[in-house]
Write a protein that binds this ligand. Structure first.
Ligand code: 2AM
Length: 178
């Protein structure tokens, strides 16, 4: 099973994000509205027994509910090429705290440490050779994007099946935050 831990987003917010999707960027593969999420930890392929340990570790974690606001848009690049277009997250210490707790729990469950820095974001599109000018235009146009705050009252273990066009995500377990 291919797994990741993420914050599930309410429908109103998803629809608002979908409103940012824009046809004017050739090379952008927009994420469908049902797939939007904020990744806390990518896990990857796991065996059944390991998935159980991961579930136990996450279920034992005690975290507090907190507010979260999506704001701004940006891009990630690899080797000088933009690969992803995303909506950002306003500075959020409780989110970082939760992410750190999840990281610790997963390492205790036997996963290798995540080496990449946590940059909270919601991927809006994946990019194949999208024109820099178009991306810059998009970022400029939506720079002031700011959604209504949401209350994060649980986090979710998702499984992911990679499809030809888009991945299909299934919420396997929800872990409440107190
Ligand atoms: P992304 O949105 O920034 O691409 C499910 O694949 C989620 O796990 C995606 O949101 C993806 O983040 C994230 N992820 C992190 N590392 C990944 C990796 N090495 N391969 C695939 N997805 C990864």
């Amino acid at each position: 099973m291919r797994l990741f831990v993420a914050i599930d987003l309410p429908w109103e917010l998803r629809e608002q994000l979908a409103g940012l999707a824009w046809r004017g960027i050739p090379g952008a593969r927009w994420v469908p509205v049902e797939n939007y999420h904020l990744t806390l930890r990518f896990i990857g392929e796991t065996q059944g027994w390991q998935a159980e340990e991961i579930d136990h570790a996450l279920a034992a974690l005690r975290g507090k509910a907190f507010p979260l606001t999506l704001a701004g848009v940006g891009t990630f690049a690899k080797a000088g090429r933009a690969t992803q277009l995303w909506a950002g997250v306003e500075r959020n210490p409780p989110l970082e705290h939760l992410q750190a707790k999840i990281e610790t729990a997963l390492q205790r469950a036997g996963l290798a440490p995540e080496r990449r820095r946590f940059v909270p974001h919601v991927t809006l599109a994946r990019l194949d050779n999208a024109a820099e000018m178009k991306l810059a235009g998009f970022v400029q146009q939506h720079n002031l994007f700011r959604a209504e705050p949401i209350a994060v009252e649980h986090f979710t273990l998702f499984s992911s099946r990679l499809g030809k066009e888009q991945a299909a995500y299934v919420a396997e377990v929800e872990y409440p935050l107190g």
